[in-house]
Design a protein around this ligand. Structure first.
Ligand code: SAM
Ligand code: SF4
Ligand code: F3S
Length: 437
């Protein structure tokens, strides 16, 4: 019997899938090379935008056809959609055999064992904050890069965002368990650990006895061995001096800061319930630039939020110019049922206008990134190669830039170990070069 897991969301979603894989393997399933050969399919869903949700319905239509060919096929839906929609969701996916809230995935063996096909509705409520699934050891997708979840849920309630509903209140994972997982990874030769949470830098706020995020990060970075420790995502409100200073001085924490701004307009930030002003955000960014040498900075932006005027949008462009982001994860605003904005604000920016603003924003960031990358020509960088692509080694630099390395000495033996490379060329998307001698 074989399984196939489709991760449809963010890094947290991918990390959850690594734990689901262990649960299925303990039930006797082995990994299937393709979804159309599997006997058990898990759809690990995302509800952040309507498009992500629609992809799930598209997959369910496809699996209905698969079930005609393979009557033994079972489909389980988990991830963020069940939590965000509750019991009502069960009726929308009659072809799913099981629907399980993400925080209850450790109960999959019981649910699958006990349920009669097509009868169970189990999007258990989020009332009990259950983080026990973190104790399931993951089946990591990579032998040298690993995601390590440190908290679940979110207390921020940005008005556009479904995540607090989908994942419940913020709960910090026990720091001893996190550190133990990281120590084991380093002992096993892992070179890049990424700490995950919706707001990693509010880690510990729910428990007075826990470490703060900078304390946790430092304890992990101090584990003996050669590795990088990254984190995502952080919130500007909780971006402390202690965190920025730690990043500036610890050699194992790469100089890459991802700090979502969402909008450059204070009026829009207020409607988004983001809890900071642009003046605060820019002050944090100046501290980052002054403390972390050669920092690469990226952000998330929601384009065309309710009531966003052209003047508001211009302020977002101004912030991008001032901070000089190298990368943005931008998306046009998508109303999500159950959020404050969907119920109280009018989605009044026309779709075409949202798309135009998104294009303008991405063109600006492309130009900034191109200039930054070109300045690296002639310099040496440290790279963690991930794969061979078109005959070249490809990986990320410490600053999370894509780097391709060609020429003498390049071989797939270097995948998963740090190399030094000299940059000989660059464009908007990254840099290329040769191994440094
Ligand atoms: N907690 C992180 C933060 O505060 O930035 C990110 C979590 S969210 C899963 C990732 C990104 O999705 C957000 O930063 C936001 O830019 C985007 N997003 C969330 N809800 C959205 C919506 N309704 N429409 C468009 N983009 C959205
Ligand atoms: Fe969503 Fe805001 Fe929480 Fe991020 S901080 S997950 S955008 S509610
Ligand atoms: Fe991630 Fe999507 Fe859930 S972005 S937290 S999988 S809604």
């Amino acid at each position: 019997m074989t399984y196939f897991i489709l991760s449809m969301g963010c890094q947290m979603n991918t990390s959850d899938s690594e734990r689901i894989a262990t649960i299925l393997e303990n039930m006797g399933y082995t990994k299937s090379a393709s979804e159309n050969e599997a006997d058990f399919i898990v759809l690990n869903t995302c509800s952040v935008r309507e498009s992500a949700e629609n992809r799930m319905y598209g997959k369910m239509r496809m699996y209905r056809e698969f079930k005609k060919q393979n009557p033994h096929l079972k489909v389980l839906i988990t991830g963020c959609i069940p939590g965000s929609q509750g019991e009502a969701f069960r009726k929308k996916v009659p072809d799913a055999d099981f629907v399980v809230n993400i925080q209850n995935i450790s109960k999959i063996p019981e649910i699958v064992g006990l349920a009669k096909s097509n009868t169970i509705a189990t999007p258990l409520t989020l009332k009990e904050q259950n983080d026990e699934y973190f104790n399931v050891p993951p089946t990591y997708n990579s032998r040298f890069r690993a995601y390590v979840p440190i908290s679940i849920g979110c207390n921020k309630f940005c008005t556009y965002c479904i995540v607090p509903k989908a994942r419940g209140r913020e709960k910090s994972r026990n720091s001893n368990n996190i550190i133990a997982e990281c120590e084991l990874l380093v002992q096993n030769g892992y070179k890049e650990l990424t700490l995950l949470g919706q707001n990693v830098n509010s880690y510990g706020n729910d428990n007075n006895e826990e470490l703060s995020f900078p304390e946790l990060l430092e304890r992990i970075a101090d584990i003996p061995g050669e590795f990088w420790v990254r984190y995502t995502s952080s919130h500007p409100h909780d971006m402390s001096d202690a965190l920025i200073e730690l990043m500036g001085r610890h050699p194992k924490i790469p100089p890459y800061v991802h700090l979502p701004v969402q909008s450059g307009s204070d009026a829009v930030l207020k409607r988004m319930n983001r809890h900071y002003t642009i003046a605060h955000y820019l002050e944090r960014m100046r501290k980052v630039r002054a403390t972390i040498s050669n920092a690469m900075i990226s952000t998330d932006i929601v384009v065309g939020f309710c009531g966003e005027t052209e003047a508001d949008f211009q302020k977002t462009l101004d912030v991008c110019r001032e901070v000089e982001y190298d990368m943005i994860y931008s998306g046009i605003y998508s109303p999500r049922k159950g959020t404050y904005a969907a119920e109280h604000y009018k989605d009044d920016v026309p779709h075409e206008e949202k798309k135009r603003r998104d294009r303008t924003l991405n063109e600006l960031i492309g130009n900034i990134s191109n200039q930054h990358n070109k300045k690296m020509i002639g310099k040496e960088v440290t790279v963690l190669p991930e794969k061979i692509h078109k005959g070249m080694l490809q990986g990320k630099t410490d600053t999370f830039k894509t780097m391709q390395i060609g020429g003498e000495g390049v071989s797939d033996n270097l995948i998963g170990s740090f190399v030094r490379a000299r940059v000989t060329d660059a464009d908007t998307w990254g840099m290329s070069g040769v191994l440094a001698v």
